[in-house]
Design a protein around this ligand. Structure first.
Ligand SMILES: Nc1ncnc2c1ncn2[C@@H]1O[C@H](COP(=O)(O)OP(=O)(O)O)[C@@H](O)[C@H]1O
Ligand SMILES: CC(=O)N[C@@H](CCC(=O)OP(=O)(O)O)C(=O)O
Length: 296
């Protein structure tokens, strides 16, 4: 007699079948940031999840941040960290540090992915002209070498996917003069997902999703129309690091990415739960003309 434990396992695999069919050969952009980048156990989980997605025939692309790690180094060398509207004020010295830290994080990720037996390639937005930027101002304020993505040249990513590599991208881009700029990783992920017409864009964050009450974890909204998200911004309910995230979610949805989710990167194997369950976890940002399934 086969034990129930094994039958349950078979059941789980069969339940995954429609999702495997839906995402087969489809591009899934995963924005990797927050605690899931710091905690070694969570890091391992995320990497295993993405490797699994790759091995069953999806085309994942990781776009990662490293904001906390950059801040740690900025602090270590005795400089000050300053954010305006969720964006790092980036002077020349900070830019140099950001570039070094993100490149280091990138290669560590590539090494870890490859230790699980698949090929990964780490690149920045500078490689192959992937991300062209112009200097960004925040509410008219000069915030230094912070770039606004103006053009995406996705050929390098398409080539890597075609050759079966898992691309791992860090958010530095070049302006038309060849000067390097720091890009918010949420914006880099959204621009890339849009240019590649990704089937899904999933943001791994340090919060359960978008909260109706920023101080109440129980107030997470399962589905949020883009116009409702704009209202929450106007009312000041969405602020800080959530601000660029939501603005980029709205942008990606409006420009044709099918599904955009903000989810809790602190949940072990949360990415698999998000992709292989109907309801998913966290907050789905949806088009105004789509029907909501889960909210009352
Ligand atoms: N309405 C809201 N719902 C959830 N988080 C919010 C909201 N408003 C502001 N935030 C803040 O945004 C943060 C998420 O952004 P951030 O820390 O930049 O994420 P990441 O590092 O994953 O990119 C949350 O931890 C929270 O402090
Ligand atoms: C302009 C800007 O703010 N750039 C970000 C890039 C890294 C990032 O976005 O990292 P997380 O996703 O981990 O926050 C920064 O310097 O922190």
């Amino acid at each position: 007699m086969v034990s129930q434990k094994y039958l349950d396992k078979a059941e789980v695999l069969i339940e995954a079948l429609p999702y495997i069919q839906r995402f087969n050969r489809k591009i899934i952009v995963v924005k990797y940031g927050g605690s899931a980048m710091i905690d070694e156990e969570l890091k391992k989980d995320v990497i295993e999840d993405v490797v699994l997605l790759k091995l069953i025939g999806f085309k994942p692309i990781i776009v990662h941040g490293g904001g906390k790690e950059i801040s740690r180094w900025v602090d270590k060398v005795g400089m000050d960290t300053k954010f305006i509207n969720g964006l790092r004020v980036t002077d020349a010295e900070t830019m140099e540090l950001a570039e070094m830290v993100l490149a280091k994080v990138n290669k560590e990720l590539v090494t870890k992915i490859q230790s699980l037996g698949i090929k990964a390639a780490g690149i920045s937005g500078q490689d192959g002209g992937l991300l062209t930027v112009k200097k960004k101002y925040s509410d008219g304020k000069d915030i230094g070498f912070v770039g606004d993505v103006t053009k995406v040249e996705p050929k390098i990513l398409k080539d890597l996917l075609e050759k079966d590599f898992l691309p791992v991208v860090f958010p530095i881009g070049l302006d038309s003069e060849g000067v390097s700029y720091n890009i918010n990783a949420d914006e880099a992920a959204s621009s890339i997902a849009t240019a590649l017409k990704a089937e899904k864009l999933a943001y791994l964050s340090d919060v359960e999703g978008v909260r109706m009450d920023p101080s109440d974890p129980e107030s997470v909204i399962s589905e949020l129309y883009t116009n409702e998200a704009k209202e929450l911004i106007e009312k000041g309910i969405i602020s800080g690091g959530m601000l660029p995230k939501i603005q980029n979610c709205i942008d990606a949805i409006n420009k044709g990415v099918s599904r955009v989710h903000i989810m809790d990167g602190r949940i072990p194997h949360g990415l698999l739960l998000e992709i292989f369950t109907n309801k998913g976890i966290g907050t789905a940002i949806i088009k105004e003309n789509e029907e909501k399934y889960w909210n009352e």
